[in-house]
Design a protein around this ligand. Structure first.
Ligand SMILES: Nc1nc2c(ncn2[C@@H]2O[C@H](COP(=O)(O)OP(=O)(O)OP(=O)(O)O)[C@@H](O)[C@H]2O)c(=O)[nH]1
Ligand SMILES: [Mg+2]
Length: 654
């Protein structure tokens, strides 16, 4: 069954609620205060089954100027509007304001209903018709049907119903292939069931049992029951008036203006880029940084206007604005909004959301304006391309894109596949459909090569850079999968060489950078020092070399297994070290234990060397310290093995 939603609009007391009652038999004014004052305050909801079988959901709105905020919430997301005008009063202020609002919200279709015709003669009726034709000029209601009815006598209703049927048939059915969103217009508690929220489902679909989230609060819960027009259903789809019974959510934590979404599918925002139409009859120009009321969905907050392409909006002008919102809202591109004055409350303008998650912009910046022009007028592919480009070297997933474009998931996927095939973008992760702009990817490759070049320059004596270290040197937190793709490609194209887990440039050879023969000289100097070798500082001073360079040679020799690093800055030649080790083992085998002074005697070295050495033997678990003495820890094992201390030699950053 096709679902279409009709909203009423029009000045106070012009007979909107009476019209709905005459059509459906339902009095949507239920509140005590509404009954007492004879006016509508809150939105009213009911439905009508049309002759063609279409179910017409009806949202009845208040006409009172104080409740325009409810009216905006009610008509956001409707398919058709019935602009109601009492024949005995004609066009009044809220007739025009409601029409403005419908225009700004881009309501596509509707009809004009002249009510109370039982109170006027033919002549007056004709005059009102002329007046109505005038205000419909230049709006979506130009040429729309004008019906004359009396809700008291029932005159004109058969024609009204057949006209509604005709219009409803022309309404394009909404696709339910989109992100589920339900802007909440009512919250209440039903005894025995708990919290219920209602709203017009503007996109997507929702099924029983699904986990949902309230935005902006982030409260999560489950769908326990679902109703569409008072009937329980398993699944509700876009275009339906929907009531959702929520499990695990307190009604007091939810309010009108919140949005029900599928868990983790959308994020709220406080900064949005929009294209604004400032109404021709706005009373004064709109200045930079002024604050106005901002209506989106069923939500109302205050926005500060950051004008991007002009000093001010004169009435009738249109342009780009970045809005800073007082409270977070849920917004998607192509969503419509209305702004109303914050002092004298009247509708000033409205427009369309272009970017719901932008960065802060500078004013009068040509690239910002160019991008916003694409977001406003571009094709789906151009818009998606722009968002991918903007995601930079981090890339963006399908889910990320769905938060930024007003294109269905299916369409986004089709466009992405096309772009991948053409080579405009690169697929990073097929599971999440994560992509990166191809130029960004090329830049990333250049950066990786630059980093490696820089590393070789700084640490000429290091054979290469650890893979993981290269990843952290790149400018963004790189996706592991993307890094793997990048590395594979660079290795395959022979721009980099991967040896074990180290990467180097193909022309990087340690020998080629050692023009001064430092490697040999360092080895000789350390060897000559025996068990009292010179430090990197001493060597660098003696040779007038940069200490960094001497250190990198020392580290290189450790890596090659020529030297043993005992502690930071202290290196021994392997031959002397092994000699000492043999002596120590022999001594301990015959004496069982050794004291520090005795060990010092064996080494013939000063405390400066002897202490780090014996501690090193503890550390590699050759000896065990018992107070002032040390014993062999590995008694009974093959102590002659020379491989014992390999793993303890860690490459450190010093
Ligand atoms: N004679 C006559 N009276 C009508 C007709 N339609 C509505 N009325 C009366 O006009 C008054 C206002 O009607 P409502 O339907 O409450 O008007 P409304 O547009 O819903 O008003 P708000 O919701 O407050 O903006 C009521 O007293 C109705 O009985 C009609 O066709 N003929
Ligand atoms: Mg009413």
């Amino acid at each position: 069954m096709k679902h279409v939603i009709l909203g009423t609009a029009g000045h106070i007391d012009h007979g909107k609620t009476a019209l709905v009652k005459a059509l459906t038999g339902v009095d949507t004014d239920r509140l005590k205060e509404e009954k007492e004052r004879g006016i509508t305050i809150e939105l009213g909801f009911t439905y009508l089954d049309l002759p063609s079988g279409i179910r017409l959901g009806i949202v009845d709105v208040p006409g009172h100027e104080k409740f325009v905020k409810h009216m905006v919430a009610g008509v956001w997301g409707i398919d058709l509007v019935a602009l109601v005008i009492a024949a005995d009063e004609g066009v009044m202020p809220q007739t025009k304001e409601h029409l403005d609002i419908c225009k700004l919200l881009k309501v596509k279709k509707g009809l004009i209903v002249l009510t109370k015709i039982d109170l006027v003669d033919r002549e007056l009726l004709e005059l009102v018709k002329e007046e109505v034709t005038d205000i419909a000029e230049n709006t979506f209601l130009k040429g729309a049907p004008i019906l004359s009815v009396s809700s008291t006598t029932g005159e004109g209703f058969p024609q009204l119903i057949s006209t509604l049927d005709l219009l409803a048939k022309e309404v394009e059915e909404r696709s339910s292939d989109g992100l589920f969103r339900l802007p909440i217009d009512r919250v209440f508690v039903i005894k025995g069931f708990g919290t219920v929220v209602t709203g017009t489902m503007i996109s997507g679909s929702l099924s029983l049992g699904e986990t949902v989230e309230i935005l902006p609060s982030g409260l999560e819960g489950k769908v326990r029951n679902l109703q569409v027009y008072n009937r329980p259903v398993e699944k509700a789809v876009a275009g339906q008036r929907t009531a959702v019974n929520l499990q695990g959510m307190e009604a007091s934590a939810i309010e009108r203006g919140d949005v029900l979404v599928r868990s983790q599918s959308l994020t709220a925002t406080q900064l949005i880029d929009v294209h604004l139409d400032y109404l021709p009859h706005a009373p004064r120009p709109l200045r930079h940084r002024t604050k106005q009321r901002f209506h989106i969905g069923t939500n109302l907050t205050t926005a500060s206007f950051f004008l991007l392409d002009r000093e001010e909006f004169a009435p009738g002008e249109a342009g780009f604005v970045q809005l800073r919102l007082e409270r977070p809202v849920v917004a998607l591109p192509q969503d419509r909004f209305v702004i109303r004055g914050s002092g004298a409350v009247q509708t000033l303008g409205g427009g369309v959301v272009l970017d719901a998650h932008p960065g802060k912009h500078k004013r009068f910046f040509s690239s910002v304006i160019e991008d916003l022009t694409i977001l406003k007028d571009g094709t789906g592919e151009q818009i998606i391309g722009l968002h991918i480009l903007r995601s930079g070297m981090g890339g963006i997933t399908l889910e990320g894109l769905l938060n930024r474009v007003a294109v269905s998931p299916h369409e986004v996927e089709t466009i992405l596949r096309k772009m991948i095939e053409r080579g405009d973008i690169l697929l990073v992760d097929s599971e999440r459909l994560k992509v990166i702009d191809i130029h960004q990817y090329q830049r990333l490759k250049e950066m990786a090569l630059d980093q490696l070049r820089l590393f070789h320059q700084r640490f000429a004596m290091k054979s290469g850079l650890a893979k993981e270290e290269l990843r952290t040197k790149l400018p963004v937190e790189l996706d592991v999968k993307l890094f793997q793709i990048l590395l594979n490609e660079l290795v395959q194209s022979k721009e980099m060489v991967l040896e074990r887990d180290k990467i180097r440039l193909p022309d990087h050879q340690i020998s080629s950078v050692d023009e001064k023969g430092l490697v040999k000289r360092v080895e000789e100097a350390i060897s000559k020092g025996g068990l009292q070798p010179p430090s990197s500082k001493e060597l660098s001073e003696e040779w007038s070399e940069e200490e960094e360079k001497v250190r990198s040679v020392l580290e290189h020799l450790v890596h090659e297994g020529v030297l043993i690093k005992i502690k930071s800055g202290m290196y021994f030649h392997r031959i002397h070290f092994e000699n000492l080790r043999e002596k120590l083992i022999t001594y301990l085998k015959s004496n069982k234990e050794i004291t520090t002074p005795r060990f010092k005697e064996i080494t013939g070295a000063s405390r400066k060397y002897a202490i780090p050495l014996i501690e090193y033997f503890d550390q590699i678990k050759l000896t065990l310290r018992l107070g002032e003495r040390r014993v062999l820890r590995t008694a009974g094992q093959d102590l002659g093995s020379k491989t014992n201390h390999g793993p303890q030699v860690r490459e450190s950053k010093d």
